[in-house]
Design a protein around this ligand. Structure first.
Ligand SMILES: Cc1cc2nc3c(=O)[nH]c(=O)nc-3n(C[C@H](O)[C@H](O)[C@H](O)COP(=O)(O)OP(=O)(O)OC[C@H]3O[C@@H](n4cnc5c(N)ncnc54)[C@H](O)[C@@H]3O)c2cc1C
Length: 383
């Protein structure tokens, strides 16, 4: 047992922290928050410094690191700024599906541009009628000759209007029983005729990423855009969630830490009744509770990431990390608002934005209820 980061991991963590400190300027963040725009320049710089896709193999321009090292970066980025951190950490969303199951040609074509800051990916699972339950998709892909013809609608797709390609979960066999044995993952490039993306509109948080509805109207793609095997898409998606939920948990952990950092600084600075508010015992206890929750979440997130990199894929542990870190992020950010008093309610003081950004981590990549279902079914087994 060794709870210490090794030297390389410490160096990655420090590099991510220094980069975020230097680049994630508060005023720039507020500008992107208000205009709902993606931080393009910061994203490019992050890619130039190899912070994106460092868990990809070297031949795809990655650094051969693991999910653990990636989580360290995501944590540091979200700690410095929840909005920019989430936006940058999610530019490669779902690309791991190609990494695990794609052909050599697909990996070269899609993964390398992501690491170079030349492409952004999307993963489209959710539909208007199918969110938590993705065992049946209304979006269909019918094979004709050497093409698939895709029809349907996906919703809530992160990077939807900005992304360069999307990996779409489609029903390829409508007769399959159970239905999830008839699903496949297919890549659709931006600009393919019949494929359109429309921003869904105003949302509570993560305003620097677009959230879109994608429409597929007789979209024809080469059959070679299938990722992995036909009708195995559901299983590939579940495997992907085992990995991606760790990244969302790392987002939550970073957001919690960032809200806490700000609260500590403010409590040592703000005076009421001739005392720093940090001198009130109730404040001290609040900070102690917040710090303890964050440390507990960190242990779970690091353990889930480490386990994954050891090849011990454990959906129960991943769901525990995602559910718990997300809850901690929401609770800590909420308490931070309280410690800031009225100022905490104002955009300028950041913690309300951390709170709003934290909230999505309890919803996307599987709601907290779905995480608890996964944990419980693993605990109970068949009975
Ligand atoms: C900002 C944002 C970005 C997103 N990005 C993406 C993306 O990039 N790609 C993508 O595919 N999707 C994305 N999503 C969709 C997200 O993953 C879904 O919203 C989520 O999985 C829940 O689905 P739903 O909204 O249809 O809610 P529903 O599934 O309808 O759930 C409604 C409520 O019922 C509960 N519930 C449902 N089933 C059960 C059950 N069996 N047991 C207990 N409770 C249950 C849920 O927990 C929830 O509280 C995004 C969503 C948002 C808001």
């Amino acid at each position: 047992m060794d709870f210490k980061l090794n030297q390389e991991q410490q160096a990655i963590q420090k590099a991510a922290r220094d980069f975020a400190k230097g680049e994630f300027d508060k005023e720039i963040a507020l500008e992107h928050e208000r205009s709902h725009t993606f931080p393009e320049k910061i994203w490019k710089k992050a890619c130039n410094l190899n912070f994106v896709g460092l868990h990809f193999p070297e031949k795809y321009n990655g650094q051969e690191y693991g999910v653990f090292e990636n989580a360290l970066i995501v944590e540091e980025f979200c700690r410095r700024d929840s909005g920019i951190g989430v936006a940058i950490s999610i530019v490669d969303f779902a690309s791991e599906i190609i990494l695990r199951g794609g052909t050599e040609e697909q990996k070269e074509r899609y993964l390398i541009p992501i690491t170079k800051g030349e492409a952004i990916s999307c993963g489209a699972f959710t539909e208007p009628d199918h969110g938590s339950d993705i065992t049946l998709m209304n979006t269909t892909a019918v094979k004709k000759g050497d093409e698939y013809i895709i029809n349907g609608v996906k919703t809530f797709i992160t990077n939807g209007t900005r992304g360069d390609f999307v990996i779409v979960l489609c029903q390829t066999d409508r007769e399959a029983n159970p239905t999830y044995r008839g699903q496949s993952l297919i890549i659709v490039d931006k600009g393919t005729p019949g494929f359109t993306a429309r921003d869904i509109g105003e949302k509570m948080g993560i305003k620097m990423t677009s959230t879109a509805e994608l429409s597929f109207n007789d979209v024809r793609v080469p059959a070679s855009n299938l990722v992995g095997q036909e009708n195995k898409g559901f299983y590939q998606a579940l495997e992907f969630f085992d990995e991606s939920r760790i990244e969302i948990a790392a987002q939550a952990l970073g957001i919690a830490q960032g809200a806490f950092d700000r609260a500590v600084a403010y409590c040592k600075e703000r005076t009421q009744f001739n005392k720093k508010i940090a001198e009130f015992q109730v404040t001290k206890h609040k900070l102690a509770d917040m710090a303890t929750k964050i440390e507990t979440a960190r242990l779970l997130v690091y353990k889930a990431a480490w386990n994954f990199d050891q090849g011990n894929i454990d959906p129960k542990l991943t769901s525990m990390a995602k559910f718990y870190a997300a809850r901690v992020a929401v609770e800590v950010a909420e308490e931070a608002i309280q410690l800031f008093g009225g100022y905490g309610y104002m955009l300028e003081y950041e913690v309300e934005r951390f709170y709003r950004d934290a909230r999505i981590t309890e919803i996307y990549e599987g709601t907290k209820e779905i995480q608890k279902n996964t944990i419980a079914s693993s605990l109970l087994g068949k009975f």
